[in-house]
Every structure is written in structure tokens, then in C-alpha cells.
Design a protein around this ligand. Structure first.
Ligand SMILES: [Zn+2]
Length: 565
């Protein structure tokens, strides 16, 4: 059933055509089209659209974001692996296991296994390196997971975020249906089209409640986002780190949301990791001194608000400079969006697009938000975001705590509450994107090859003695130990060389070092490249430095030693 909905946004009316659909076990209403600004215009347009649907027996794609354009597909060349296949592969190789597997698993919770924990650590380290160490004014924190209950009152989570999903029973067939807050009292039973019992609708709380101490009366929550830790520590950090505006506070950590329908492997979990920073700027500071030509020329596929309102899916290739000119965001917002795009490219994730939030989907705290969506096998989905939170959070905490959140700005000699730009990254989703992108079923080789960027690979180097002989084994162990001082190394002497290469291809080890007769004489050893299977010979004494340069992408493989023909 399609219906017309009026929305009042900043005092103006907008009409939309919406329809109830069942999606992943939950009934939601989806926007089919924007209908205009007056009731009569809307009714006329809605009739046209409904006629078209009847004629063609098709419903317009309500998810323009997920449809690929010709342009997009030409640059995307992924091995199609389903999310289930990837989950199986991750279990088989020790990347990720179901939590509590011996009890049949626990929906929405996952364990990172021996290889997964290495890959994940490397992703988090690379993120920290890019967004903390390589930025001029960013510091890190690691805040507690449970904080004062008033945190979530001040942040608006209890009021806005915790009451989005409702469980409603059908008066006729008695089946329960999960309904989005926006659709309360608007839709019918998806099973039998009967009346839903709105009087008995129950909130499904998204935040995990817990009790702290024996006498504690009020409920505490496991954090649903990392951001509040940065806001609450903001003044302490300003005082202790001698930071001046603009500056940022970064954090990577666990968050918890009681998802109704956890799904798609690591994509929608109940316990997950967020990497995020709050960047504090003087409220009147519009210019960003850090914007370089490289930032301005950063380009990407973009889905703007206007296009989405036309229910169209036309992605445009734009540069940061162009969307700045259109006034879609300010300079600081643009700077961080460009930095995000640059980081994604630096870890080999090029298949993303940036989507502007439409005004009606903006969070309660945000005045402009962009999603960075990655093209997964199960659709184009959000892996990161970038919100302009303004002064919302600091002001809220000031009100709730009665503590001043103002700081003294040296430049203007005035006390101010800064405004905030917040880039957020779903770290488990990025882990998933890296694996999805890397997975390659190499038919010629007859094995899987995980083409993980060398700097992120769980095992950097595998060392083999060419055959099981005491002198080769001794030397290989020594070399493995020495390389182990620099990176995660594995030593492998079991099976044929071909089998050992295949095993390492499958877990993404970028380089294999083989010790043979010449190596034992102290001369050189072979390094084999995972992606090309080419081999070079490198002097034993230079092995460590050459591998270091290869892993950091400082030299080309074929120029790093003598190519074996
Ligand atoms: Zn029913």
C-alpha cells in the first residue's frame, strides 16, 4: 500500500509517496518519490506514479543508492563472494568465529580469531597512524564503556535513539511485527493486512541496560557510540594537553546496540567497533587552513540530496571543490571528508561512494551528514559517516552537568563553545570490506588468494626451508626469528613448497622467503610475491630491509632483487 505523507521541515511542507514493505524481518515504510510542496500537486503526482506501477507491475527502486550505474560498474571489479561464503571462509581460516560457538552461537556477536585479530589490529593501527599521528592537532583517548547514566540523557540517546523500534501485535492474526517509529499508527499487518494493536506497542530499546553496584538505583548503559567520551573529556584534554582550537580527540573502541535483526555477518552486530574523532573548531572559524589542492581535487562518486528526492540513482563524479562551491558543506567538513576518502584509497578500498543525507533523515544532533558507502556483495552499504554536529553535544552536556563547556580561545581572546565535525568509521565493516575486496578464487593457481594490502596482512612473511634438512631448518629458524623482531612472521616446514605457498596465499601473506643451498652458504634467499608469484633473490644480509621496504610499499618487487627467470 502506498500512501502520501506530509513532512514539515523548517516550517515548510513537503509531500512524499511512501509504501510499507517487509525488510529483514521488520516492516518499514520506504520513500518511493518526492511529490512536491502542495497537497494537490502531490495527489496528482502520486496518481501518475501509481498508474505507472500498475502498468509495468514494477515498483520503482526505493534504494537508489544500491543500484549501480554503468560508470560505477566499470571501475568495480570484485570477485563475487556471498556474505555466507565469506563467513565460512573466515571460520575455516581462523579469521572470525561465531561467539559462543559451542552453544550454537549468539546472534550479533563475533570473535576475532588468530588471523582476524592481526588483520583487525593492523587496520586500527593504520587508522590511528593516519588520523592521529599524521594530523597536526589530534590526540587520542580510550574512554570507559559504561559512563554516568546522565550522559545518555544529555546526548539525546534515551529520548531519540532508544525508542526507534516498536514491537506490535496484529489484532487479527496475532503475529508480532517490528515497526519503525516513523511508521507508528500508519501501517497494517504485513501478514494479513489486519489492524495492528497500537495501544500495546512496545519499545524495543536499542541501548543495552545494565546495573552498576548493588545500591545503584538508576540504569546505566553500555555505550552506543564512542563520541560522548570525547565530549565529556573535552575540557580536561584542553587543560592537560595544552591544545588550542582547532583540535581533535580520537578514539577506537567497542560499542553496543541491541539490534533487532543482526545480519550480514560482521555488518550488523550487537557488539562492534567504532573509530571516530570529534574535531573542535572555533564557532566563527569558516576557513580551513589545512585544505590543500590535493584535498580540493579529491574526487568520488556522489549521490546528492536533489537526486535522491527525485528517487533517481544517478551517481555523479564530483570533486571536493565542486561540492564546496555548491555550499553542501563548509571547509572543515570538506577537509575531513577528503581525508576520509584518502584513507580509504590508501588501504585499497576504491569502490565507495559518498551519499548526502536528505534533510528528513538527519540525526537529532546533525545539520549536515554524509555517508561513505562501500559496494559489498550484498549491496552498497554504509562503512563510514561524516556529521556536522555543531555545538549540540557540548551545549547539552553543559545544560545537564551545569559545568561550563566554554574554553578560552587565544586567537580571539574570547570564551567559546566550539562547533564539531565528526568523522565516524565502522571498523568491523571496514574489516569486512578489506576481506571482500581481497578475496580472489585464482583458478589458474587452484587456490584462494587473499590480496590484502601488505601493510594490513595478518602475517607479513612466511619463511620455509626448501627441504627438511637440519642445516636449512636451522638457518630458516634463525631468519624467521630475526624477521620476527620487525613483523609477524610464520615458519613453515610442512609439505611441498607449492602447498606452503598455497596455504600462505589463502591467508594473505604477501611474501614467502625460501632458504636453500645458496642461503645456507650465507649468500641469498628467494622472496616470492603473493600477487604475481614472481620471485627475486636477495642477499641474506639485506633481507630484513628489503622486506620492510616491500611491505611499506617503498620499492617495486621486481626492483628489490635479482628476478628469477
Ligand atoms: Zn495479521
Amino acid at each position: 500500500m502506498a500512501f502520501i505523507v506530509k513532512k514539515n521541515i523548517y516550517g515548510k511542507d513537503y509531500y512524499y509517496l511512501r509504501q510499507s514493505v517487509r525488510e529483514k524481518g521488520k516492516v518499514v515504510s520506504k520513500c518511493l518519490a518526492y511529490l512536491g510542496k502542495t497537497r494537490s500537486e502531490a495527489e496528482k503526482k502520486a496518481k501518475e506514479i501509481m498508474n505507472n506501477i500498475e502498468k509495468n507491475q514494477t515498483i520503482p527502486d526505493t534504494k537508489p543508492a544500491e543500484k549501480k550505474t554503468g560508470k560505477e560498474s566499470s571501475s568495480f571489479s570484485l570477485t563475487k563472494i556471498s556474505i555466507e561464503e565469506l563467513a565460512n571462509f573466515c571460520k575455516k581460516k581462523g579469521f572470525v568465529f561465531r561467539s559462543s560457538d559451542i552453544y550454537g552461537g549468539f546472534a550479533g556477536f563475533w570473535d576475532y580469531g588468530p588471523l582476524g585479530v592481526e588483520l583487525f589490529k593492523n587496520i586500527k593501527d593504520d587508522w590511528w597512524n593516519h588520523f592521529v599521528y599524521q594530523q597536526t592537532s589530534m590526540v587520542g583517548i580510550d574512554a570507559s564503556i559504561i559512563s554516568h547514566p546522565r550522559t545518555w540523557k544529555a546526548s539525546g540517546h534515551i529520548e531519540n535513539f532508544n525508542v526507534n523500534d516498536y514491537l506490535v501485535t496484529c489484532k487479527k492474526c496475532k503475529k508480532s511485527t517490528k515497526v519503525d517509529k516513523a511508521d507508528l499508527k500508519k501501517i497494517k499487518c504485513p501478514e494479513c493486512n489486519g489492524e495492528l494493536d497500537w495501544g500495546k506497542a512496545q519499545v524495543v530499546e536499542q541501548m543495552f541496560k545494565t546495573r552498576v553496584g548493588a545500591a545503584e538505583k538508576s540504569d546505566a548503559y553500555l555505550r552506543g557510540e564512542t563520541a560522548q567520551g570525547m565530549f565529556m573529556d573535552f575540557k580536561l584534554i584542553h587543560q592537560t594537553s595544552r591544545t588550542q582550537l582547532p583540535f581533535g580527540i580520537a578514539q577506537v573502541g567497542r560499542c553496543f546496540r541491541n539490534e533487532i535483526a543482526p545480519r550480514d555477518f560482521l555488518f550488523r552486530c550487537r557488539e562492534f567497533h567504532i573509530g571516530e574523532f570529534e574535531f573542535f573548531i572555533h564557532p566563527e572559524e569558516k576557513k580551513c587552513g589545512l585544505l590543500t589542492e590535493e584535498h580540493l581535487n579529491t574526487n568520488f562518486m556522489f549521490l546528492d540530496e536533489e537526486t535522491q528526492k527525485k528517487a533517481s540513482d544517478n551517481l555523479k563524479e564530483v570533486t571536493i571543490k565542486e561540492i564546496l562551491k555548491k555550499g553542501k558543506l563548509g571547509e572543515w567538513h570538506a577537509y575531513w571528508l577528503a581525508e576520509q576518502a584518502m584513507w580509504f584509497r590508501s588501504i585499497g578500498l576504491n569502490e565507495f561512494k559518498i551519499r548526502e543525507h536528505t534533510r528528513e533523515e538527519l540525526s537529532h544532533y546533525s545539520s549536515a551528514t554524509f555517508d561513505i558507502d562501500y559496494n559489498f556483495p550484498f549491496g552498497s552499504q554504509e562503512v563510514a559517516g561524516n556529521a556536522n554536529r555543531g555545538k549540540y553535544d557540548l551545549t547539552q552536556h553543559q545544560k545537564e552537568s551545569k559545568q561550563s563547556m566554554e574554553i578560552f580561545d587565544e586567537k580571539t581572546k574570547k570564551k567559546v563553545i566550539p562547533r564539531v565535525i565528526e568523522p565516524t568509521f565502522g571498523m568491523d565493516r571496514i574489516f569486512l570490506a578489506i576481506l571482500t575486496k581481497a578475496y580472489c578464487d585464482d583458478k589458474a593457481r587452484g587456490n584462494i588468494v587473499l590480496r590484502i594490502p601488505a601493510k594490513l596482512a595478518p602475517v607479513k612473511v612466511a619463511v620455509f626451508p626448501i627441504v627438511k634438512q637440519p642445516e636449512y631448518e636451522k638457518m630458516a629458524t634463525e631468519i624467521a626469528n630475526s624477521l620476527g623482531e620487525e613483523f609477524n612472521v610464520s615458519y613453515d616446514k610442512g609439505g611441498s613448497i607449492g602447498r606452503r605457498y598455497a596455504r600462505n596465499d589463502e591467508i594473505g601473506t604477501p611474501y614467502c622467503v625460501t632458504i636453500d643451498g645458496d642461503s645456507a652458504k650465507g649468500k641469498d634467499a628467494t622472496i616470492r610475491d603473493r600477487d604475481t608469484t614472481k620471485q627475486i633473490r636477495v642477499k641474506i644480509s639485506e633481507l630484513k630491509n628489503v622486506l620492510k621496504d616491500l611491505i611499506n610499499g617503498k620499492i617495486e618487487f621486481e626492483k628489490a632483487g635479482k628476478l628469477v627467470k
